[in-house]
Design a protein around this ligand. Structure first.
Ligand SMILES: Cc1cc2nc3c(=O)[nH]c(=O)nc-3n(C[C@H](O)[C@H](O)[C@H](O)COP(=O)(O)OP(=O)(O)OC[C@H]3O[C@@H](n4cnc5c(N)ncnc54)[C@H](O)[C@@H]3O)c2cc1C
Length: 434
């Protein structure tokens, strides 16, 4: 099945159309083959090109590079997460390992944008973990306790303070952490495509159908050609499972989001002209909401089991109603039909929230499954898996490798039943927060 993304993601539509798009046609040989051109694959390719300037490197994607989750996420480059969805990190040591990886992820993205002078609307605005229920105070206090032990800066805010910062009365309580960054995900991934050096050949709209390991190489079949490579790195994130890679450790979840048009001066004034901000929910399936630098409101308030290959337009339209409702609840004074674009995207999850970073066979490597925190961790893991595959070591690899490894998933149909049941439960818990 081909990936058929909607063409209606604001982040991607903000960018100018790309020229020189090549697809694979015929047979090729290379030293390195990378499958998947999101943050992970692009970062792996960039690092390999630096390490092996005279070797032949091929990067392929089944759709346009960067137009999967990497170009359609919510743009939070996180330093902390409240927990990781399905398994909260109550254990301080585990939480520390996870946040050490987030810090390295921020450093990788920062180094990238500084080195290539990238404008991706980088704003060290921090982020709010907010709730409309004062009963969530207990969760936030527990979180505050964890953050204090690890020396993170944070602040707890009440409804009055939040109204002044965010321009809405909706939230009763929030915990603000100052370390997170808000950015334009499309601009970031586009920059990663633009800086690819000449020793990388990028083929797009070229789906890997099958790969077979031979003695000294891996042969890969695509729709219109074959590639024989000495080494391969899989960076297909939510599509790892569909390629039978680490199949018992990861599964895809589909999210949908909408973005409004720019608010007019009058509309913006009516909500108190707030500075750019980002809110993450305290209850897992609550809404992620952002006020962008250019006065647009982004909302993401669905997560579900759906085919990762694309959402039907009619189904996407149904989810937009939820986005509209979420905006109305927060900003009742704004007009009804502000939404300019809506899209779906896929994240990859593991049972215990840990990422995949490993050699799965001789000359075959894989990095992915960031459980919704892939901007920084994807960039970091892409660079570091390239280094690991080149038989080198770094302090970053050592930090990554001390994390807990992903745990085994139950077989089908129990996995689907379990995930769906959990999502129903989380959805009911977060009904006030959409
Ligand atoms: C709506 C939404 C909101 C999110 N919000 C955030 C956020 O605020 N902060 C954050 O850090 N993360 C967020 N994420 C997650 C983040 O976007 C991902 O973790 C990150 O993009 C993963 O990057 P990647 O390069 O590993 O994967 P992707 O960007 O998914 O790239 C994988 C690529 O592999 C390609 N591919 C798949 N199968 C094949 C095949 N057979 N042959 C060739 N190519 C193939 C795909 O076409 C795709 O381009 C969000 C995701 C979504 C969908």
């Amino acid at each position: 099945m081909d990936i058929t993304n909607d063409q209606s993601c604001s982040w991607i539509n903000d960018l100018s159309p790309r020229l020189n798009i090549n697809s694979l046609n015929g047979n090729q040989h290379c030293d390195w083959l990378i499958i998947g051109a999101g943050y992970t694959g692009l970062s792996a390719a960039r690092k390999l090109a630096e390490l092996h300037p005279n070797q032949k490197i091929i990067l392929v994607d089944s759709q346009l590079a960067g137009e999967g989750a990497s170009g359609r996420n919510s743009g939070y480059l996180v330093d902390t997460t409240l927990n990781d969805g399905f398994s909260s990190n109550k254990n301080l040591n585990n939480y520390k390992k996870k946040s050490d990886i987030y810090q390295l992820g921020i450093k990788s993205v920062k180094n990238f944008i500084e080195k290539y002078q990238v404008d991706c609307d980088w704003n060290e605005a921090g982020k709010y973990f907010a709730s409309s229920k004062t009963t969530d105070k207990k969760t936030l206090n527990n979180f505050a306790d964890t953050l204090s032990k690890l020396d993170f800066e944070f602040k707890i805010l009440n409804q009055y303070e939040l109204k002044k910062k965010l321009g809405t009365n909706f939230y009763q309580i929030a915990l603000y952490t100052s370390g997170g960054i808000l950015l334009h995900p499309g601009k970031l991934v586009r920059a990663m495509i633009e800086v690819l050096p000449p020793n990388i050949k990028l083929y797009e709209n070229s789906k890997l159908l099958k790969s077979v390991k031979n003695k000294d190489s891996i042969s890969c079949n695509f729709k219109n050609g074959k590639i024989n490579s000495k080494k391969i790195i899989f960076c297909t994130n939510a599509f790892l499972r569909s390629l039978n890679i680490k199949k018992n450790y990861n599964f895809p979840i589909t999210l949908t989001a909408s973005m409004t048009r720019q608010l007019t001066e009058k509309e913006f004034n009516s909500i108190g002209s707030p500075k750019e901000w980002g809110v993450l929910p305290v209850r897992h399936l609550g809404a992620t909401v952002r006020m962008t630098k250019d006065r647009r409101i982004l909302i993401r308030n669905t997560a579900e089991v759906y085919s990762p290959f694309g959402m039907r337009v009619s189904d996407l339209k149904k989810r937009v109603g939820k986005h509209q409702l979420g905006i109305k609840k927060r900003f009742p004074q704004l007009p009804d039909h502000l939404i300019d674009s809506s899209w779906s995207g896929v994240v990859s999850r593991t049972r215990n929230g840990s990422q995949i970073f490993e050699k799965i066979d001789s000359n075959i490597f894989v990095a992915g499954c960031y459980n919704g925190s892939g901007i920084g961790v994807g960039t970091l893991f892409g660079e570091q898996i390239a280094i690991k595959a080149s038989n080198e070591n770094t302090t970053e690899i050592q930090v990554i490798e001390t994390r807990n490894k992903p745990t085994f998933l139950p077989p089908q149909p129990f996995l689907d039943i379990g995930v769906r049941t959990r999502l129903i439960y989380e959805r009911l818990r977060a009904i006030s927060e959409i």
